[in-house]
Write a protein that binds this ligand. Structure first.
Ligand SMILES: [Zn+2]
Length: 129
């Protein structure tokens, strides 16, 4: 499903825009790669394949960006470690910003807004207890 006529980052964004979240996995060392690259950052291999991740992850770090209510209010920015072993900067959407905690289990989803896809996460119910 790779398309060599465009770069890997453009391919990744095009898939996101279509509502699909894909991760690269290195066929040489077996590790996952994110953000998309031409070569594996772990072993230098080029046998990168696109895979659909399970989408489950854990909040590694959390920040609240303070904004005026007129600008949409406070915004959560989190680093999430996917179970596949990669880290994403993202937002946890279904909790108030101050309720997001390190260690929270979260589930990825793709939000397409104005034709542009973005990976966001929702807390899994009960995981915060
Ligand atoms: Zn590798």
């Amino acid at each position: 499903m790779n398309d060599n006529s465009i770069g890997v980052q453009a391919f990744h964004q095009r898939e996101l825009d279509a509502g699909r979240f894909l991760l690269q996995r290195c066929g040489d060392c077996g590790r996952h790669v994110y953000y998309p690259r031409e070569c594996c950052p772990h072993c230098g291999g080029t046998a990168l394949e696109w895979k659909t991740p399970g989408g489950l992850g854990t909040v590694h770090a959390v920040t609240t960006v303070r904004r005026k209510p007129a600008d949409g209010g406070d915004l959560n920015v989190s680093l999430v470690d996917l179970d596949e072993g990669v880290r994403l900067m993202t937002r946890i959407e279904n909790l108030a910003p101050e309720a997001v905690r390190i260690g929270l289990r979260v589930q990825a989803r793709v939000q397409v807004k104005d034709g542009r896809g973005l990976v966001l996460f929702d807390a899994i119910e009960g995981a915060a207890a």
